[in-house]
Design a protein around this ligand. Sequence first.
Ligand SMILES: *Cc1c(COP(=O)(O)O)cnc(C)c1O
Length: 239
Amino acid sequence: MTHDDPVATRRVELGERLSAVRARIVRACETVDRDPAEVTLIAVTKFFPASDIDLLVELGVTAIGENRDQEASAKLGSVSRREELTVHFIGQLQTNKAASVVRYADVVQSVDRPKLVAALDRAAAAHGVRPSVLVQVSLDPDGLGRGGARPEQARALADEVRGCDHLQLRGVMGVAPLGADPGQAFAKLREVAHGIRAGHEGATWISAGMSADLEAAVAHGATHLRVGSAILGSRQSHR
Ligand SMILES: *Cc1c(COP(=O)(O)O)cnc(C)c1O
């Protein structure tokens, strides 16, 4: 390897970090007797360039997450093997961005209110697509904080998604609150997920866990992990 080739250097760096994350997932699954094949790794590429996404695809990544519409819509046009990727939108979403998001997002994970459900359904119909949707559940003790519907409202929101012809209800997403035990938060999320699944058989996804808490998420039934900095490095230096 030539160390003065920045692309080659970055490929090695991403490859090493990705291997380490994959090893963590395998270990976490072994600990709780789960099959790693049940867990989808989503590389969260916000703040990082399209060239990094290209390298991740070369390294076998099949799903990426983005949290800002403007950045994602601009960036994804330059990704060379876009058709090999599932794109997850994971950020707070204004209704007036729904039309833009359905153009590139295969999955919208951050659906947290009825108005957004309606806007996404209309936008999906207009664009001729049928994106997958997760209901984002707030896991903060006071119900708010990092986005999401209150746990007691999640079921009704899931019913609304289910009633939309152009959206596919897949399950739930949650972010563990800062400074609290992520295991407790993910246990709550799993409980909400099971409540929703009781009414909607296809709603089997639980998106939980990030760089710092993916082990706890795996232990509490996560099917999708959203991992950014552990793969791509600190976002600070890229702002
Ligand atoms: C940025 C982000 C992540 C990834 O966080 P890391 O700590 O970098 O792994 C996961 N989920 C959401 C909703 C995010 O916005």
